[in-house]
Design a protein around this ligand. Structure first.
Ligand code: SAM
Length: 315
């Protein structure tokens, strides 16, 4: 049941600094404490996250930076291209970053994206109501610019795809590939961008993407204006894929949850006291729905029959 050292190594690079309970200043050489969890293989549902010590209610278990993120095409307000934080109204409209830091850390792949004409791809996605291909487009730009690897999402579980889903993905792939081939980007740089790669990435995004909704970014005025906003707009500021949070299984009565305060940096928090060795689970859907609706949504959206105790007990 122990997590493999290989997996741990890969996970470590996706973890951000652990949360410190007290604001004491330690020597800068203090090594960061590892989060109180481990990922292990289960007999029935693949990998899962387990507590390595008791975790009290409300504790921050760990944080995670996205492996890839993208603003929602129909967000209620403009957000940072890089971290999805709300853009201050005072910024020049054509500058899509919230800060110099965000500009610096994403300028390589932003420049790649700006080299191509996205009209056909973006229109296709918008008309079909597709949001995940935007994440693939972003990942392609990150790979071309060298800030990400083409196999960076391979560790995640892929969805089982129907022939109809594959057909739809092929159309998106053609438009994405065309957008790049019309630029001066060298063929070798986009050699990884095959139909098989595109479909494999989308199959992983389909199961593992999170809808990022900021808890701390809104105000009363935002709530009022969103109440009057077009029904097309959505509360989510974007979508993002994370590595470690993707190993959390689902429960209709979860003991952990994932939240976002001001940006796409995810915070995993304990919803109740968790025992050492207990599996940590989050809820993928709206848990207030009735059992049949929940099970239907989990099956259609994620392709599994939920084995949580609420479902098993008919609740
Ligand atoms: C986001 S992944 C979670 C991590 C996954 N177990 C892995 O090994 O990568 C979601 C997948 O985990 C499995 N899973 C998660 N929660 C489950 C549940 N409550 N019942 C059955 N399978 C579940 C399903 O195969 C689902 O498609």
């Amino acid at each position: 049941m122990a997590v493999s050292p290989f997996l741990l190594l890969r996970l470590r690079s996706h973890l951000t600094k652990p949360f410190h309970l007290f604001n004491f200043s330690f020597s800068t050489t203090t090594p960061p404490k590892p989060p109180p969890i481990q990922v292990s293989l289960t007999d029935s549902i693949g990998r899962a996250v387990f507590a390595t010590r008791p975790i009290p209610t409300g504790d921050l278990i760990h944080t995670a930076e996205p492996a890839v993120s993208h603003p929602s095409p129909s967000a209620l307000y403009p957000v940072c291209y890089s971290c999805l934080t709300r853009l201050p109204a005072s910024l020049p409209q054509r500058f899509p970053f919230c800060s110099h830091h965000c500009h610096q850390r994403s300028k390589e792949y932003y420049d790649v994206e700006m080299k191509a004409d996205w009209t056909d791809f973006d229109n296709y996605c918008r008309n079909q109501g597709l949001k995940y291909p935007f994440l693939v487009k972003r990942l392609v730009c990150m790979v071309i610019s060298g800030v990400s690897r083409s196999d960076s999402l391979d560790i995640l579980q892929p969805a089982n795809l129907t022939p109809e889903m594959i057909l739809e993905m092929e159309k998106g792939f053609t438009l994405l590939r065309n957008a790049f081939t019309k630029t001066l980007i060298a063929d070798e740089q986009i050699a990884f961008l095959t139909k098989q790669w595109y479909i494999g990435v989308l199959a992983r995004i389909r199961i593992n993407a999170f809808r990022v909704e900021l808890a701390g970014g809104g105000s009363y005025a935002d709530l009022l204006s969103s109440a009057f906003a077009s029904v097309e707009a959505e509360a989510a500021v974007g979508n993002a894929v994370y590595i470690l949070p993707s190993f959390y299984n689902h429960d209709c009565d979860p003991n952990a949850h994932i939240i976002w305060i001001d940006n796409a940096k995810a915070k995993l928090k304990a919803l109740r006291d968790i025992d050492e060795g207990e599996e940590l689970r989050i809820c993928y859907i709206d848990a207030s729905m009735d059992r049949d609706a929940r099970r239907e949504l989990l099956f259609q959206g994620f392709g599994f029959q939920c084995n949580c105790s609420r479902c098993l007990h008919g609740d």
